[in-house]
Design a protein around this ligand. Structure first.
Ligand code: 5GP
Length: 362
């Protein structure tokens, strides 16, 4: 691994001239910065027992690309570094601090609970993530919520297990307000999402919000089957849904008729090769159709980006004006998985901030 040894702690300088953002699609392990990876490597080396690959680049710099399969190999390597509770605590805290430094005021993190015999249980994994979230919220101006991820490459038994866990925490006195739903992710070429529909039905019946990675790669049959369930609250990526980007009228009609928002991650799609360039990104087609979209990072570490960088790329590519960006910011608030009351509070604070920025500029 060759992360840059720039700093061992995140840059906390706030960008006050631009509005704060809401991040709704961030995988915990994929969000690790070089500084955090270095910290974890040093901890492993200090233990003296690390069985780590000798060389691997964790982040993908601007202009560089990997295949989707190679990206999943990077996750596998990162999981070797995050195989204990101390590392889980470190990464959760670092990732939240880095989003704070990028002026993110609301963050929905997602992660798949993992267990390692004799080291950690899935309950301990989630406890550790939630406790780190609480600690960081006490110290920073950020609200953090958790989506519990089902990894489609782990099979149905693991998915039921994950759902049980999410239900348990969603009913937990101390933690229930922090759990905002279920994410379905993992290698889009592994398994068939249709098999997971009963899990999603039960999740929905239990009041959990559902964000599903859909049509990241072309798969009309699977996408259609999932969209027809009417269960999905937000779509991750949705690259091959719009007829202008390799989808079909039927798929896009289903998304539009149910008004399912899309979580769009430009750098991730470009660097993992599912979208050719920023200009080709499906953002422009959905925006033209006035469909709800939110700009997200996906894996800010692996794809070497930040949320402000994603907004910048979007603005430069699609010639968005300040007003368009602020409109996107406000729209993001509506797409959060917050309760109506919490959403109202966030809406008010974003409005106040935008009014203040406008006043300062005039
Ligand atoms: P973790 O759940 O370990 O915190 O975050 C890494 C995991 O998130 C990966 O192993 C993978 O399951 C999921 N993930 C991260 N980025 C992507 C993506 O772009 N597409 C899909 N389908 N899954 C992803």
């Amino acid at each position: 691994m060759t992360p840059k040894d720039t700093s061992t702690s995140p840059d906390l300088s706030l960008k006050k001239s631009s509005p704060s953002h809401q991040e709704l699609h961030a995988h915990l392990t994929g969000s690790l910065s070089d500084a955090t990876v270095l910290k974890l490597l040093r901890a492993k080396q200090a233990e003296g027992g690390a069985k780590l690959p000798q060389s691997a680049e964790v982040t993908i710099q601007r202009g560089h690309k990997r295949t989707l399969e190679e990206c999943f190999e990077v996750f596998r390597i990162l999981h070797c570094l995050t195989d204990n509770l101390s590392a889980i605590k470190t990464i959760t805290r670092d990732v939240i601090q880095e989003f704070v430094a990028d002026n993110v005021h609301y963050l929905e993190l997602r992660t798949t609970p993992k267990s390692i015999d004799g080291v950690m249980t899935k309950n301990q994994y989630i406890d550790t993530v939630l406790e780190a979230m609480i600690d960081e919220m006490k110290m920073n101006n950020i609200t953090v919520r958790l989506l519990v991820s089902i990894d489609r490459s782990r099979g149905l038994d693991d998915a039921w297990d994950t759902l049980q866990l999410a239900k348990q925490y969603a009913a937990h006195d101390q933690f229930k307000s922090l759990i905002c739903g279920i994410d379905v992710s993992g290698n889009p070429r592994a398994g068939n999402l249709g098999d997971y529909i009963p899990v999603l039905q039960e999740a929905k019946q239990c009041g959990l919000n559902l964000s599903v990675h859909l049509a990241e790669v072309p798969n009309e049959k699977e996408t259609l089957e999932l969209l027809k369930t009417g269960l999905i609250d937000r779509i991750g990526h949705g690259t091959f849904i719009h007829p202008d980007t390799g989808g079909s009228q039927e798929l896009s009609q289903l998304v539009k008729s149910q008004a399912i928002p899309l979580e769009l991650c430009l750098s991730s799609n470009i660097k993992s090769g599912t979208v050719k360039s920023a200009e080709d990104h499906h953002f422009s087609f959905w925006r033209k159709d006035e469909h709800p979209v939110v700009i997200c990072t996906d894996d800010k570490g692996v794809f070497s980006t930040t949320l402000s960088e994603e907004y910048k790329i979007c603005a430069e590519t699609f010639h968005l004006k300040k007003a368009d960006l602020r409109e996107l910011c406000l729209a993001a608030v509506e797409l959060t998985f917050l309760s109506q009351e919490e959403k109202e509070r966030l809406r008010l604070s974003v409005h106040t901030e935008l009014d203040e920025l406008t006043r300062l500029e005039s």
